[in-house]
Write a protein that binds this ligand. Sequence first.
Ligand code: FE
Length: 239
Amino acid sequence: MLQRGLLVGAIFIAALVVAACGGSGGGASRSDATIAGAVATVGAGSAAPPGRTDAQAEATSRIDAGGASPVQAGVPAIDCANLVVTPAQTEGPYFKSGSPERTSLIEPGTTGTRLTLTGYVVDTNCRPVAGALLDFWQADGSGAYDNSGYTLRGHQYTDENGRFELETVVPGPYPGRTRHIHVKVQAPGGSVLTTQLYFPDEPGNGRDGIFRPETVLQNVQQAPNGSMIATFTFVLDTN
Ligand code: FE
């Protein structure tokens, strides 16, 4: 009896310890989830776990545009009712063919504000374009291009849902140009769309004759860790 009593007591104490650790651990992981949630919402692209935290749900709802399809967990919906064919814009003098295939342009030593850009390539019927080529190139945080190598240059392909994700830095403006990211987009077997993406509320936008409001990044937000997140949907006229 004595042994059984000791055993029950030990189990009881162990249960108390586990409960106490779980309580304090939960508090710590909630703040982590707030940071991770805001970034992972747009950054990771993985399906939200069934037990998604309130913080993650909140982050998602802030970014979700509402309406429309196709929707992946944590990625803003496409506003299919208001599609605007993405306009072509000048290539500029700094394009180089042969960029490496990669979704992150971040390399050791890359400076500047981190930017995670996610989005879709769709056709004018709002159908996702799988396997679309996206070839990005841009200036660094101080407005300089790497014209001898491939720094801040890279290409990738949309997944089966027409989705892409780019890890990069916010480009700096340079004389005569507001902040922008160059990109070539091409559906499989389609023609190449060359265009540029812009940042909202930039003082230089109004002074840049090339700037187009149709290609301003959407859902631009600053994550708690200081990095930026944004989305863009490319609409290709494949007719
Ligand atoms: Fe440029």
